[in-house]
Design a protein around this ligand. Sequence first.
Ligand SMILES: NC(=O)c1ccc[n+]([C@@H]2O[C@H](COP(=O)([O-])OP(=O)(O)OC[C@H]3O[C@@H](n4cnc5c(N)ncnc54)[C@H](OP(=O)(O)O)[C@@H]3O)[C@@H](O)[C@H]2O)c1
Length: 290
Amino acid sequence: MGILQDKTLVITGGTRGLGLAIAKAAAAEGARVVIGSRSAASVERAVAELTAAGAQATGITCDVSDLTQVEALAEHAVATFGRFDVWINNAGYAPPFGPTMHIAPAAFMVAVQTNIIGTYHGSLVALRAFLPAGRGKLINILGRGSDGKPAEMQNGYASSKAWERSFTLGLAQEYKESGVGIYAINPGMMTTDFLTNLTAVSGYEKRLNAMPTIIRTWATPPEAPAQRVVWLASSATDGKTGLSLNEIGPGKMLGGALREGWRRLLRRPAPPIDMKIAVIPAALPLARKR
Ligand SMILES: NC(=O)c1ccc[n+]([C@@H]2O[C@H](COP(=O)([O-])OP(=O)(O)OC[C@H]3O[C@@H](n4cnc5c(N)ncnc54)[C@H](OP(=O)(O)O)[C@@H]3O)[C@@H](O)[C@H]2O)c1
């Protein structure tokens, strides 16, 4: 019997990357999974993939920035499987790489609407179900910046992740006696579209030249952190509300650097990293130096 036998998980942004990896890992542990994302075609494809692998899976389109759609995702989970036991706020977005004032306000707002408002909406809908029942687990996916350290050129993203951590741990404190588990996890760098399909503001794209080395050194496939999320969702974390995990600690940083150094020392060829960097004009032209 798997560690999530008879549990139902709802995963926002569950159609690719980490979200889909969590869905697969949870299904392998006996869970039923409910996924959502903005694209109907992606939802259909991911549900078909999960079902073909033997999972009990369903999904609907759900943009987390719209409360009505998030409520509909919860209703769909209840209508299909009778209830949901775990809610994972995974959907995330990073604005183009570049200085804050050069990012179009619309792109900045997508980060706010997805990472901040989306996490609020998912938490609201999940806790409305979990708190009266005195059970359930809410897991929020963090990212760069959630340690509170500023991240230049990724300010919109990193500051939203700092908010997410603070918000999640605030909820955990407020509801610590409720029986509901509230957790946060930074999965660390992962080889998903999110990391390998980047957009940079014109003039700043060269700063991403080191990305293939960074990815080779420190990124993992999403399947590794997905296992940790499954563990968080299991009874292993009962009574441990407020846990905040970071999958990119000093040990992993050092291990990656040593592996990459060793590879160079032995002159082994670098495994290719398939990266795409789109360059867009700056929203605000740079002032000319006089
Ligand atoms: N990859 C990394 O290196 C990394 C590192 C640290 C943290 N993270 C965090 O991990 C989480 C997952 O990232 P990932 O790497 O798996 O990203 P990804 O490969 O880009 O996948 C993102 C998923 O979220 C969905 N999504 C995006 N905006 C949405 C919205 N407004 N409403 C609903 N769904 C939405 C996408 O589907 P649609 O496009 O169809 O909506 C997709 O299913 C994010 O919270 C990210 O911040 C990633």
